[in-house]
Design a protein around this ligand. Sequence first.
Ligand code: SME
Length: 137
Amino acid sequence: ESPEHDKNAKLLKICQVLDKEISYYNWTGFYFKNGDKDELILGPYVGAETDHTIIPFGKGICGQVAVSGETFVVPDVWAQDNYLACSIDTKAEIVVPIFKNGENIGQIDIDSHTIDPFTTEDEELLNWLCEEVAKIL
Ligand code: SME
């Protein structure tokens, strides 16, 4: 198997474990910078299919995190400007950037069907996870 295939298998496994173990994680996936373009491309995910397979930098929560390099917690997506809806069931979202060698190379994105579900524990878990993920990329 190619190294790329192997990485994607690991990332998918992470999505599957989070989706299974944390009841209020209802869409879990990765986006990555698409080559040298100013856009994100969808990576492995678990959850409903999304139209947002490519997201320009600055667009939506994901595109904003691609620019800011900072975790973005949205307790209520319907109260949020510059948000890209994937599913009408989604009520909240958290996006945490992934840094490799100081560069913002991607992110983990989690949608919830519960309003305001994310705590500092989620942020800590996902921060740690993103640091670990960076090591295998
Ligand atoms: N809601 C995201 C788009 C990605 S979907 O949640 C899978 C956003 O606003 O960037």
